[in-house]
Design a protein around this ligand. Structure first.
Ligand SMILES: [Zn+2]
Length: 269
């Protein structure tokens, strides 16, 4: 019985994602039977910038999009859809709606619910089913967003939980989790998973990346490892040393008998 479970989550797959990028990153996982969870943007906005004024990484480092469109549904990228559907080990999570900056951080409850429903329709229409896990862009959410997410999903995966952003009726559960120092908890019928930051990031030291992942996985029963496909191709060319580290992680995850890699969909309480 493995002591440590791992969920690998790659964010920002959308209409800009080149299929060869995913294939290059994840073939070593798929060939070893390791599930990969892709957090997919249902209808990506084409003009989102980060506070430093740069176009978002998944817009900057992906496929050219048709000019003039304000947002593009993932289903329009048929090569990607065919690819994802051909690999049973790719699991889909629902990532925001258009991935506008902080799009689930505020707004009316009905407006937030409409965005979730529209995204769900987009993913289903694309042939990607109706994912049961939600990932909020930029880890930003508000109490009404969490209430709507709880009504529609089984699992919410985010960086951390902020007591000012959770529904007040969830506070007892939140406090119990804090006292017990648990990374994951439940409230409102929703499974709430935190993660230890993006250990697999282009901002991190490649020399210590595998060791950091191992340390984190070995100190928890369940670890969500988060990464972003476009960081491995920043500037349009593969960052081979970074990709090599990801593939070292794949090998270790597959070979360590104490580790089991699962999908969000495999979680049972
Ligand atoms: Zn994202």
């Amino acid at each position: 019985m493995p002591k440590h479970r791992v969920i690998l989550r790659d964010d920002d797959t959308c209409a800009t994602t080149p299929v060869p990028y995913l294939e290059q990153l994840y073939r070593p996982f798929l060939d070893r039977g390791l599930p990969v969870n892709l957090a997919v943007i249902p209808e990506v906005a084409t003009g989102t910038h980060t506070p430093d004024g740069q176009l978002e990484g998944f817009l900057r480092n992906g496929r050219e999009l048709p000019a003039g469109a304000e947002a593009i549904a993932v289903g329009e990228h048929s090569e990607l859809i065919d690819y994802l559907r051909s690999e049973a080990l790719y699991h889909i999570a629902h990532h925001g709606h258009r991935h506008d900056y902080f799009e689930f951080a505020d707004g009316s409850r009905s407006g937030l619910g409409e965005k979730l429903a529209a995204g769900s329709e987009r993913l289903a229409a694309a042939g990607l089913g109706r994912p049961r896990t939600f990932v909020a862009p930029y880890d930003q959410y508000c109490p009404d967003a969490l209430r709507e997410i709880a009504d529609r999903f089984d699992t919410f995966s985010t960086g951390w939980f902020d007591r000012r952003r959770i529904p007040s009726s969830w506070l007892p559960g939140y406090i119990a989790k804090k006292i017990a120092r648990r990374p994951h908890w439940r409230a409102g019928g929703l499974r709430l998973l935190s993660h230890p930051g993006c250990l697999l990031s282009y901002n991190k030291d490649r020399e210590t990346m595998l060791a950091e992942v191992q340390r984190e996985v070995r100190s928890n029963g369940l670890t969500v490892l988060v990464t972003h496909w476009w960081e491995y191709f920043d500037g349009g060319a593969p960052d081979r040393p970074f990709i090599a580290q990801l593939h070292k992680v794949a090998r270790w995850l597959a070979e360590d008998p104490d580790v089991e890699v699962i999908a969000f969909d495999d979680l049972r309480d």
